[in-house]
Design a binder for this molecule. Sequence first.
Ligand SMILES: NC(=O)c1ccc[n+]([C@@H]2O[C@H](COP(=O)([O-])OP(=O)(O)OC[C@H]3O[C@@H](n4cnc5c(N)ncnc54)[C@H](OP(=O)(O)O)[C@@H]3O)[C@@H](O)[C@H]2O)c1
Length: 288
Amino acid sequence: MKIAVIGTGGQLGTELQDIAAKRTDITWVFAGLEVVDLSKPETISAFVMLEKPSVVINAGAYTSVDKAETDQALALQINGHAVGTLAKACSEVGATLIHISTDYVFNGNNTTPYLTTQATDPVNYYGYSKMIGEQQALAAHATGTAIIRTSWVYSFYGNNFVKTMLRLMGERESLNVVADQQGCPTYAADLAEACVAIATANNFVPGIFHYSNSGAITWHTFAATIGALAGKKCTVHPVPTSAYPTPAKRPAYSVMDLTAITVAYPTVKVYAWEDSLKRCLQQLGALA
Ligand SMILES: NC(=O)c1ccc[n+]([C@@H]2O[C@H](COP(=O)([O-])OP(=O)(O)OC[C@H]3O[C@@H](n4cnc5c(N)ncnc54)[C@H](OP(=O)(O)O)[C@@H]3O)[C@@H](O)[C@H]2O)c1
């Protein structure tokens, strides 16, 4: 089996490289930006045609949620059109595509976890561009694409909420964190493991799936728990979203129902958010 990964330098891409170092039974090809630039469609097709992998995992994306509001053409190219081009190329070489999408395709009006079948209705341009990517991938390669929507991703690698909180809690006596947005964090190591479980499953099941850690919390609870587990003295004050204005609107509620992925892929493991957070803090050397 040959797995090609696009977007190798981010949180998920780097976690996949860690798994690749252990899974030597699989042939891995990691394409950095210098090989596949999702803003340049010709690099996508050329790479897939050359490598002819059995599975492509697309970990590359335009992930600056606020910047996407004003950088719309590039966000749409990378998160939208490029995914259609990639799916078409995968279809041509008989490869399956595992593409990562986001909870931000939803409008946040739910009060119970979003099902994979629920209509999308993004509240910001990043979410819109990712929704277009989902649609284009399914239009180009419906039988060979698995879309994995995830949320609130953090890792030992890259920049993320957990590392920002640890830094700020070391610098300040108190912090304000929004307490009226509910979702669920995802440890990128768990997401990478889930992608590999799907890639190596006996039966490939195409379609849309949700994957995050389990549970439902606010950013405030997440921050307070990071502080408590890391033994930080910093006080975390709950504030409303209105106190922390951002260029891109965020969904108020983006908890996702994880049933579909566990039914289609029984080897995918779902971990409780607090257990995964402890593992990441341990890796960061920050667990008290
Ligand atoms: N982070 C989250 O909270 C979150 C939440 C929901 C869904 N997701 C989705 O999860 C997936 C993985 O996210 P992540 O957190 O690992 O993101 P990340 O750390 O921001 O990594 C994104 C990767 O995409 C690469 N990239 C950017 N522009 C590219 C281009 N034109 N061509 C090829 N690669 C390009 C980046 O390269 P450089 O490092 O060189 O810029 C980086 O390696 C993405 O699809 C994202 O939309 C993330």
